[in-house]
Design a protein around this ligand. Structure first.
Ligand code: 5RP
Length: 234
């Protein structure tokens, strides 16, 4: 039985999608890559949402059998709204994954996690034989850390320990991510906190060094992953 007047039916990402025209081109490209029978990992963010809308159209028009593994609650809600069947990483391995990014350098190293979903996004990418990073040209930077800090998801009780441990690195500034429409800090889907950290330098070893601190769940730094880039120029 279907719910009447579900909130999800009118759920929209928001009118304020930056670089929407370019993101729509990227969305078309991703939708064109889907084949019948695929299990596809979907990251988070507005570009992913637009791509899901185009995939939903193909599923409907061509009666495709596609399963999406969402990386966040909002992307799972989008799949429900768009009538896209979902599964989980426990049940299926993705054939491929697509995901957005906040910054991309020349070697395709990434900063992700503006939306706070970097733990499950990294898990999806690690589980996938291939990953496409969908990033409009505004995301390209010479040096990671130009416009975005590195988000680090932290087990709440470990906050002070992690903060002290991070002082071994050249850190310019760190801020506990504060919620906009709730008092206090942002709480991730995993019940954790996020520290947004501005590093002086981001080197290849930094991702694993951050991860080695007890209490760190994951960071939004993605160094040397085997990813392909789609910018909408393709
Ligand atoms: C969320 C992310 C997003 O992929 C990133 O913020 C890109 O978002 P958008 O497509 O809205 O520009 O890492 O955790």
């Amino acid at each position: 039985m279907k719910w009447e007047d579900s909130f999800l039916e009118s759920f929209e990402w928001g009118n304020n999608i930056i670089n929407k025209d370019r993101k729509l081109k990227i969305a078309d490209k991703i939708a064109s890559m889907v084949s019948d029978g695929n299990v596809v990992g979907a990251g988070s963010g507005s570009t992913v949402y637009l791509a899901l809308k185009q995939i939903a159209k193909r599923i409907k028009d061509e009666s495709l059998n596609i399963l999406i593994i969402p990386s966040s609650r909002e992307i799972s809600m989008a799949c429900i709204q768009l009538n896209i069947p979902q599964t989980t990483l426990l049940a299926h391995k993705p054939d491929w994954t697509f995901d957005g990014a906040d910054e991309v350098d020349q070697d395709y190293n990434l900063i992700k996690g503006r939306g706070g979903a970097m733990f499950r996004e990294k898990l999806l990418i690690a589980s996938s034989p291939s990953t496409y990073i969908i990033a409009d040209p505004s995301k390209m930077v010479k040096k990671l850390g130009t416009h975005f800090p590195v988000p680090i998801e932290i087990f709440p009780e470990a906050l002070t320990h992690v903060e002290q441990s991070l002082k071994q690195f050249p850190v310019k500034e760190f801020n506990l991510r504060i919620a906009q429409k709730k008092d206090g800090p942002v709480i991730t889907e995993n019940g954790n906190l996020i520290l947004d950290v501005w590093f002086d330098e981001i080197h290849g070893y930094l991702e694993s060094a951050i991860k080695a601190i007890t209490g760190v769940i994951e960071s939004g730094l993605f160094m040397h992953y085997n990813v392909q880039l789609i910018t909408g120029d393709d």
